[in-house]
Design a protein around this ligand. Structure first.
Ligand code: ZN
Length: 246
């Protein structure tokens, strides 16, 4: 039985037997892991508040060979979110990001970029709750990108010509973007404004992106929300759960 230690973001938990829970978290060094926290529902237990959703912890766990569920041994809180526990919209937003992480992250596959991106998004939304919506869009774009589902935003998937920037481009059913000529106007149009708004996600932190998004027209934001929703829905082959209204 091997013992591991990693930084982790607690995502959700389920009750198990009388006093235990199954806890799902995104860890830095092992990706998505599911583990049993024995005795954590007893009044006095060694986990304390460390298993509350969206807490960042230093997690120690055992792993048995050929078992998908690990055993949590200890958690040490690095950052808690108690201050936000009464903010319903933030909690809905966090739950939405948590759901997508569970849906998109293959178990036991470390992805440092994804871990850092997720932490930065939770942090940005905590710091500036009014920017939640923009942070969620940033999170969706980067999640799709890091998991390999975001279409190339710069050039046509068919003729490889770089998008000129003054014409609409089109998202096809295969989730690729084509110039207006190649697409023949079929698919969902992606406006010029949205193209440039999408590209700003590449250069900025979630906090900076959200700050800039305050000056972006409502129509463009709505278009972005529809586009990411479409892509996520097609990848998952169902609509994402509990997406906060935009
Ligand atoms: Zn083309």
């Amino acid at each position: 039985m091997a013992v591991f230690e990693t930084e982790a973001l607690i995502l959700r938990s389920y009750n198990l037997a009388e006093a235990d829970k199954i806890v799902v978290c995104l860890s830095r060094s092992a990706g998505l892991i599911r583990g049993v926290a024995k005795g954590c529902r007893k009044l006095k237990n060694r986990f304390g508040a460390g298993l509350e959703p969206f807490t960042i912890v230093n997690l120690t766990y055992y792993e048995k060979e050929n078992r998908e569920l690990v055993s949590f041994r200890q958690v040490e809180i690095l950052k808690s979110r108690f201050n936000l526990s009464s903010n319903a919209s933030i909690l809905t937003g966090f739950a939405y990001m948590g759901d997508l992480l569970v849906d998109f992250s293959p178990p036991h596959q470390a992805n440092d970029n994804l871990f850092r991106m997720a932490l930065a998004c939770f942090e940005a939304a905590s710091e500036t709750p009014d920017d939640l919506e923009a942070v969620l869009r940033y999170f969706e774009v980067w999640l799709l990108k890091l998991e390999g589902f975001l279409p190339d935003l710069r050039s046509c998937a068919n003729c490889q010509n770089v998008f000129s920037g003054d014409e609409a481009i089109y998202l096809g059913g295969d989730l690729s973007l084509r110039c207006s000529q190649c697409s023949n106007g079929r698919g969902d149009a992606v406006s010029r404004k949205l193209q440039s708004h999408l590209r700003t996600t590449e250069k900025l932190s979630p906090a900076k992106f959200a700050e800039g998004a305050r000056d972006v027209p409502k129509d463009t934001k709505r278009e972005m929300a529809e586009l990411t929703f479409q892509i996520i829905g097609r990848v998952l082959e169902r609509m994402p759960r509990a997406r906060p209204a935009s």
